[in-house]
Design a protein around this ligand. Structure first.
Ligand code: HPA
Ligand code: MG
Length: 219
């Protein structure tokens, strides 16, 4: 297993914050339990991840591969910070290009166990390249293992993985990304791109869904 850099660990006993302490869209007010990771903290941690990634991968052209849909916000913010580092460095900067892939594996809050690649036609662009996969969450790790196998078929030179979240779960296959923002308990989280049947992507904080929300948006 690859060793990954340290991350912020959110403990099982961590209750997060009352919703009323933050700005949460009215349409989700009864659908959430608590704010778990406020947006500002997500951004601050992402800024530091950008620095770690540039230190590790910044000597070469980086192809950043966004795993859709969940990864889109983290991807945009992370690349923004990497671009800022490029722009502010007097000694070196590297070109970055972007690619996208779409994976589907969840229905309600359960993994279907089957990982489908919906859009993967850009993968030949990764051959011989230094690839940074950008993902919202590594839960069991099965989806990431499948994606890494798929990428291997296209012979990239180096592949590193940045995931905003990693879940502590007994269902884990033991995969750990190279760069991790936060380790979270075994609860279903939504917001900042993470969804429950497509809902809650339009929520800036990462929150724990309530029973009402689960019922309201179940498929
Ligand atoms: N939330 C949203 N999507 C997910 C999760 C989660 O906790 N785990 C895997 N996909
Ligand atoms: Mg994802």
């Amino acid at each position: 297993m690859a060793t990954s850099s340290p991350c912020i660990v959110i403990g099982d006993e961590d209750q997060g914050y009352d919703l009323d302490l933050f700005c949460v869209p009215k349409h989700y007010a009864s659908d959430l339990e608590r704010v778990y990771i406020p947006h500002g903290l997500i951004l601050d941690r992402t800024e530091r991840l950008a620095r770690e990634i540039m230190k590790d991968m910044g000597g070469h052209h980086v192809v950043a591969l966004c795993v859709l849909k969940g990864g889109y916000k983290f991807f945009a913010d992370l690349l923004g910070y990497m671009e800022a580092l490029n722009g502010n460095s007097e000694s070196c900067s590297v070109p970055m290009t972007v690619e996208f892939i779409r994976l589907v594996s969840y229905c309600d809050d359960q993994s279907t166990g089957e990982i489908k690649v919906i859009r993967g036609d850009d993968l030949p662009a990764l051959t011989g390249k230094h690839v940074l996969i950008v993902e919202d969450i590594v839960d069991t790790g099965k989806a990431m293992k499948t994606l890494l196998e798929l990428l291997k078929l296209h012979n990239p030179q180096i592949v590193k993985v940045a995931s905003l979240l990693v879940k502590r779960t007994p269902r884990s296959v033991g995969y750990r990304p190279d760069f991790v923002g936060f380790e979270v308990p075994d609860k279903f989280v939504v917001g900042y791109g993470l969804d429950y049947n497509e809902y809650f992507r339009d929520l800036k904080h990462i929150c724990v869904i309530s029973e009402t929300g689960r019922e309201k948006y179940k498929s």
